[in-house]
Design a protein around this ligand. Structure first.
Ligand SMILES: *Cc1c(COP(=O)(O)O)cnc(C)c1O
Length: 225
């Protein structure tokens, strides 16, 4: 278990300080989060609502909880009271639901819009047209209880570095274009969540501001418990 603090220290060596590390603790017990917290890690991410809620209840430290996985609209209400950032908002309907639930709690919830950049069909996300449709709508700019802080994306799962780099650089280009077209004087649009254990060095070279790292911190996940 000492390896968690070693893994974190090794990552901090490699990752520049302007890039935030989100420790993805899914499928790992709360005790491991505790150890990472003791080692100085404060941002943690989960991809399932139930697991996120259980861990948030079990751990009393002032952790920044990130929701990084696909989110169903009927589960939004469970995370609204405490979530710090929702990474994978992939449809307008979900954004509207977050806005509605956040209003009940008097909160403004930072969100990232997830873009589909990978080759795999299975990965969620908006295409450029869908993104612009949201940003061109009057309703989007009238929502007072969400704030779009940037974009998120996942690259194709492949050994081919050129493919991965091309997807990340494409996402960065889109981010820059969207920022200047829609968020010019709004400094809150500044996060680009891209990069996981296997591809974060490339993501950082291509302009990532947040990396979501699981196995390189906590070790391999065991799914059959
Ligand atoms: C699991 C997960 C990660 C972390 O994956 P690792 O390969 O273990 O670093 C990052 N982002 C999302 C959305 C995930 O579901």
């Amino acid at each position: 278990m000492e390896s968690i603090s070693k893994n974190l220290a090794a990552l901090q060596e490699k990752i520049p300080s302007h890039v935030k590390i989100i420790a993805i603790s899914k499928n790992h017990p709360a005790e491991k989060i505790e150890l990472a917290y003791q080692a100085g890690q404060v941002c943690f991410g989960e991809n399932k609502v139930q697991e996120l809620v259980l861990k948030q209840e079990a751990i009393s430290h002032d952790i920044e909880w990130h929701m990084v996985g696909h989110l169903q609209t009927n589960k939004v209400k469970f995370i609204i009271p405490f979530v710090h950032l929702i990474h994978a908002v992939d449809r307008f309907k979900l954004l509207k639901k977050i806005n509605q639930e956040a209003a009940k709690h008097g909160r403004v919830i930072p969100c990232l819009l997830q873009m589909h950049v990978a080759k795999e069909e299975s990965k969620f996300g908006l295409n450029e047209e869908g993104l612009k449709e949201i940003l061109h709508s009057r309703e989007f700019w009238q929502m007072e209880n969400i704030q779009v802080s940037g974009l998120m994306g996942m690259a194709t799962f492949t050994e081919d570095e050129k493919t991965v780099r091309g997807e990340f650089s494409g996402l960065k280009r889109l981010f820059d274009g969207i920022k200047s077209e829609f968020f010019n004087e709004k400094d809150y649009f500044r996060e680009l969540s891209m990069g996981m254990s296997s591809d974060f060095p490339i993501a950082i070279e291509e302009g990532s501001t947040m990396v979501r790292i699981g196995s390189a911190i906590f070790g391999e996940r065991i799914y059959n418990q």
